[in-house]
Design a protein around this ligand. Sequence first.
Ligand SMILES: O=C(O)CCC(=O)C(=O)O
Ligand SMILES: [Fe+2]
Length: 308
Amino acid sequence: MSANAKKSTVLTEESSIMKSDLPPLGTIFTLGDTITEEQRAFLNIWGYLHFRGVVKPDEVTRVLSELVRIEELWLSEGRTKINGVPIFWGRDVDGSRFIQRFPFTSEFSEDIRTLVRSERFEPIRQMIGDDIRVGDAEKDGVVINRYKNVPGSVYPRLGWHTDGLRDLFYGRMPQPMLNVGVHFNEVSRADGGLRLIPGSQNQDFWRMAFAKPYFVWHREDPREICVETQPGDVTIHDGRLWHRVARSQNLGNASLRHSMYVPYLKGPYEPKTDWTPTPGYHHLGRVLRAVRMANPRVWPAHIRSLRR
Ligand SMILES: O=C(O)CCC(=O)C(=O)O
Ligand SMILES: [Fe+2]
């Protein structure tokens, strides 16, 4: 069977398991050596899966400390982009610069590179297709998001979107894909975090493109569910699924949330380098972040006084 046939099977196959036989929405599964039929059916119907504790506590600690090291490195080098993809720089409570989105992390950390290649992810990679590779230097690489709710944050939340539509910026129709996320913090509803509309992957292109205004729409949806995580949890979601990241109701360090997204890819190898032009949607994002940072209301009081 070709890799293509296999992928579309996962995403569209009529399962013998009926919706009514599935465990309830919000179920948190355990990742074993294979994806069970029940898990496949859940993913087909609801467009996502949530696994508890796939990444171990010492690995969680390791990745977070690697992030601090990478941040110091990029700060000392004055980096604004990696392979054409902007680093999101925000301001912490004390006014110091801090990174809120790290692209291509596995190119800068052996620990991260090893983790995303771990055997335990093999059942997930299998589901995506045969001969799956980690896109260390493709798309935005292994991305780590760092959300924080402070006045100078450029990334306290993320508006409604599907991930698949980014393909349009690469001049092609959205391709079937599964997004694999690792969660590093304990996040309950009040801590903000991932919200998704179960089943919204089953829509035509029109609804995928226009059901909500991309990235600028943050309003709660009556159909949305909240993905509450423990450090080390893994989620998989369909590239056509509508989702957002809600703002934490806490402030400062209590609002910190990290998520990592791993591009498990097949098809033509499309590596990026420092000479690769910035994708269109990142230009758009940069404008939005600049507007946010230029708005004096987002600056902490003592910084506002320095800017006057
Ligand atoms: O932080 C998350 O869990 C989601 C991030 C996301 O949706 C994205 O970067 O496209
Ligand atoms: Fe997303």
